[in-house]
Write a protein that binds this ligand. Structure first.
Ligand code: GTP
Ligand code: MG
Length: 197
């Protein structure tokens, strides 16, 4: 699939205020700074559609984008950002979990994981939570341009072995680099195939 049209629709902190539409929806979630907003720009071929920053905690709201007039793409705030106060963390957590629990249009969540990092409890727990709440998800390992191919392979083998301790079956896994546009076709084709079925 090619994204020919993408436009920002609305930002908000309440799932109740998300677009009142029946279009299928795909959300991007993961730790702060993992590259969610950059990936959205890469997929849509737009430089500044989603706001990117070197400082974690840039995206603070639920952001809806309309793609090809056919589906919504959703940029979410990162979880696990240490510099946010405890109170703020709770507010964030609440609207993110509310979004996942209540948003009926959500077809698939993409959980982004920095390919350079060891498996982190916060990501593993979040995926468990999605599983318990029966929310379909896939994993995208980001920033693969930052690793040598052999190191990347070793990291992936290790990560998958950890996942197998928790899951009977591996979920779909993608690799991405927003810098090199790696993963663009695979991720968009995956979305297109679900939309068709
Ligand atoms: P929050 O909104 O703060 O949760 O962050 P985010 O997950 O949206 O990350 P964002 O896209 O803002 O990117 C964070 C930083 O990582 C920025 O400095 C990006 O330029 C950089 N970055 C993102 N993706 C890639 C990538 O694929 N390769 C490289 N080399 N850098 C990347
Ligand atoms: Mg962001």
């Amino acid at each position: 699939m090619e994204i020919k049209q993408s436009k920002f629709v609305i930002s908000n902190s309440k799932v109740e205020n998300c677009p009142n539409s029946t279009l299928p929806e795909y959300a991007f979630i993961g730790r702060s700074n993992v590259g969610k907003s950059s990936l959205i720009n890469m997929l849509t071929g737009r430089k500044n559609l989603a706001k990117v920053s070197g400082k974690p905690g840039k995206t603070r709201l639920i952001n809806h984008f309309l793609i090809n007039e056919k589906w919504h793409l959703v940029d979410l705030p990162g979880y696990g950002y240490a510099k946010v106060s405890k109170k703020e963390k709770k507010v964030f957590q609440k609207f993110i979990t509310d979004y996942f629990k209540k948003r009926k249009q959500l077809v698939n969540a993409f959980v982004l994981i920095d390919s350079r990092h060891q498996p982190q409890t916060i990501d593993l727990e979040f995926m468990q939570w999605l599983g318990v709440n029966v929310i379909p998800f896939s994993i995208i390992f980001t920033k693969i341009d930052k690793l040598k191919p052999q190191t990347l392979d070793e990291k992936l083998v290790h990560y998958k072995s950890v996942l197998m301790e928790y899951w009977e079956e591996l979920m779909p896994i993608f690799l991405s680099s927003s810098k090199d546009k790696t993963g663009k076709d695979e991720i968009l084709d995956y979305i297109q195939n679900i939309n068709k079925s």
